[in-house]
Design a protein around this ligand. Structure first.
Ligand SMILES: CC(C)(COP(=O)(O)OP(=O)(O)OC[C@H]1O[C@@H](n2cnc3c(N)ncnc32)[C@H](O)[C@@H]1OP(=O)(O)O)[C@@H](O)C(=O)NCCC(=O)NCCS
Length: 184
């Protein structure tokens, strides 16, 4: 893991949704497709994060943040979403992984994924699924981390500033002998 980085599971806490909203606005305005159109206002981003943290408190998901150990600045985040159908209790989705633009390529994304995969394994999840924009940095990232690529769904979503893009679906089987990649 990157030196000086703290990764922790979070629930509702004063000011947290607002700090996460700032990161989300930065990521969307930077052109990444994470479910929102540009321009994304701080208010819309805040409403999203308040919903997420409340949902986490209800046990529907686990939210992780990566913070600078010294300043407490949020550098990244990721979520584990629990699959609802009763025949998929062993499965979960990974969602909304994002790292501050100025903090990329320092192993923070890999550290967040390692934390999420470890936590998922601990609570008995054995299959993780995610999808990401085809041709994006994130697609290269998940491939590098050893996720299995299923294929591409064309024209899946709009990019933040318009234009359709495909999504690439990945999965990962978890077992104690298949630990996530540790970086640095
Ligand atoms: C995808 C993302 C989370 C990666 O975070 P990161 O902290 O920069 O990733 P890491 O530093 O842990 O990268 C691990 C490895 O992945 C690969 N990788 C990461 N970013 C890459 C890029 N832009 N180009 C090529 N390979 C890349 C590299 O192999 C890297 O190892 P290296 O730096 O030693 O070469 C980040 O780019 C991001 O937030 N993107 C915007 C939001 C997004 O698309 N999220 C995914 C939603 S599904």
């Amino acid at each position: 893991m990157s030196a000086g980085l703290v990764i922790r599971r979070v629930g509702p806490e004063p000011g947290l949704a607002s700090r996460l909203a700032e990161l989300l606005v930065e990521v969307v305005e930077g052109g990444s497709s994470v479910g929102f159109m540009s321009p994304l206002t701080q208010d819309r981003a805040l409403a999203f994060w308040e919903m997420v943290l409340t949902s986490g408190a209800r046990g529907e998901r686990i939210v992780f943040v990566a913070e600078d150990e010294v300043t407490g600045t949020i550098l990244g985040t990721v979520q584990i979403l629990f699959a609802v159908p009763e025949n998929q209790r062993h499965r979960a989705d990974i969602a909304k992984l994002q790292v501050r633009r100025s903090a990329r390529r320092r192993g923070i994304g890999a550290a967040l994924m390692a934390a999420a995969e470890e936590a998922a394994l601990e609570i008995g999840k054995t299959v993780l699924v995610l999808d990401t924009t085809t041709g994006s940095d994130a697609e290269l990232f998940y491939t590098r981390l050893g996720w299995e690529r299923c294929g591409v769904i064309p024209d899946y979503a709009l990019m933040p500033k318009g234009g359709l893009s495909g999504t690439t679906v990945f999965y990962r089987k978890l077992n104690p002998d298949n630990r996530p990649m540790e970086k640095r």
